[in-house]
Design a protein around this ligand. Structure first.
Ligand code: A2P
Length: 345
């Protein structure tokens, strides 16, 4: 069986990666539509050697589709995802618009694939930082429940889109030529700098990105019991995020046991060469499917604490790959049926 697929936001950082992954993973496609804003009219992108012309998203463009992979921002998803569902498609949405909606499954295929069965047309792809964390710590949580997570993130420019990535390069070039860097997409110069994540703050002093890690991790893990606190920071890296993670359990968790578990966990690659001081790095995570994990060690400040360090490609596993894996899961489980099909069952 093959499917009629559209990428909404096809010209963006995640959209172009979705296009590449649908091709390289040979997703069963009978027809592929590339949708973006009016700004992209006339652009063409290559898929399987063919030039596909980008169309502006509209009611008509969303007709006769089985699957829409959306990555065009929250307001675009809020507007168009319900339209696509109403017209019979299943939407896998990369924005935060529907993630915390109790009727919308929020899925990391390595963690909670079973949640896909209850979808009613929209499935949400989690926040990038949350996905990388979830893949790395779920196997440990399975063995011994995690009680508390303290995270510090080092997030790449790609999380703010293709324009932000281009801006960092331009800023770096300007600085190297002795000029002032210009920040238009990002709030401050990121090249040779870093700043706390630029999403709105709540009354407790946590930004939206930090609260996504708290709320989404709990939803994906299916528990409200885990206590989580995060500090999210943007760093001048192009497309892979890093995270320093402290986990607390009820009883000690030996680093060797954690290492053994993570050495054969799906979606994880252990990168630990203590002698050479070689651990996960964004440049080595870039373009890779796995979350790289290393520096697993006992927390010397707490007998039941475990420290680890991870890096993962934000555009790939943090966004596009996870979305394509959800699509593959739907195909495999015969769940790529429109909401209408469920209602009429
Ligand atoms: P466009 O290139 O036409 O602006 P990124 O996250 O890399 O910034 O990409 C955002 C993606 O979402 C792009 O493909 C962009 O298209 C698309 N997009 C942004 N706003 C809209 C909109 N209002 N309607 C449709 N697509 C949009």
């Amino acid at each position: 069986k093959t499917y009629r697929v559209a990428i909404l936001g096809a010209t963006g950082a995640v959209g172009t990666e979705l296009l590449e992954l649908l091709e390289s993973r040979n997703f069963p496609i009978s027809e592929l539509k590339l949708l973006a804003s009016e700004r992209s009219v006339g652009r063409a992108l290559k898929f399987k050697g063919e030039n596909l012309v980008v169309e502006p998203v509209s009611d008509r463009a969303l007709e006769n589709l089985d699957l829409v992979l959306a990555s065009a921002g929250g307001s675009t998803s809020k507007k168009w995802a319900p339209v696509a569902v109403e017209k019979g498609a299943v939407v896998i949405d990369n924005s935060s618009a529907f993630r915390m909606n109790p009727e919308v499954p929020l899925i990391v295929p390595e963690v909670n694939p079973q949640a896909a069965a209850s979808h009613q047309g929209i499935i949400a792809n989690p926040n990038c930082t949350t996905i990388l964390l979830a893949v790395a710590i779920w196997p440990l949580h399975q063995v011994k429940p995690i009680q508390r997570i303290i995270a510090a993130t080092y997030q790449s420019a790609s999380g703010a889109g293709a324009k932000a990535m281009a801006e960092v390069k331009t800023q770096a070039a300007a600085i190297l030529q002795g000029q002032e860097p210009v920040a238009e997409v990002l709030p401050y110069p990121l090249a040779f700098n870093l700043f706390p994540h630029n999403t709105p703050m709540n009354n407790f002093g946590y930004c939206e990105e930090e609260m996504k890690m708290v709320n989404e991790t709990r939803k994906i893990f299916g528990t409200q019991e885990i206590r989580i606190s995060a500090t999210c920071v943007r760093v001048p890296v192009l497309r892979a995020h890093s995270e320093a993670i402290n986990l607390e359990f009820a009883t000690p968790f030996s680093p060797d046991t954690a290492r053994e578990i993570l050495s054969h966990s799906p979606g994880v690659k252990l990168v630990e060469d203590w002698r050479a001081n070689h651990f996960p790095m964004p440049i080595e995570a870039t373009g890779r499917d796995e979350v790289l994990v290393g520096r697993i060690r006992q927390d010397i400040s707490h007998p039941c604490g475990l420290e680890l360090w991870l890096c993962g490609d934000q555009i790939r596993k943090g966004a596009a790959l996870n979305a394509v894996q959800i699509a593959e899961l739907l195909v495999e489980k015969n769940l790529l049926k429109s909401a209408q099909a469920y209602i009429s069952q």
